[in-house]
Design a protein around this ligand. Structure first.
Ligand SMILES: [Zn+2]
Length: 92
């Protein structure tokens, strides 16, 4: 495993563009541009595919040390309407 470029101190300061409270916890999120990875994700808002090739929103628990691994890909419209799309199951 290659050494991390950000040491223990740096990892506490990962850049976060924005944070909101949703489903009982703080979420960091950012808009991402589409890429050509060919992957697709499941949008937690509508349970439909989010193609990586489209611009969308990535959100992850701000308090999680492994937040990047727990990130979720949302349609930006679904993210913006998340309060109306609150999932019925636990999110931790
Ligand atoms: Zn969606």
């Amino acid at each position: 495993m290659p050494p991390r470029r950000d040491g223990p101190a740096g990892s506490e300061r990962r850049p976060v563009l924005d944070e909101v409270e949703f489903a009982g916890q703080e979420w960091a999120f950012r808009q991402v541009r589409g890429n050509d990875s060919g992957r697709s994700y499941l949008c937690p808002g509508c349970q439909q595919d989010v193609p990586a090739s489209s611009a969308h929103t990535v959100a992850w628990p701000a308090s999680s040390m492994s937040g990047v691994e727990n990130r979720r890909h949302w349609h930006t419209t679904c993210w913006n309407a998340r309060d109306r799309r609150r999932p019925g199951h636990a999110w931790a």
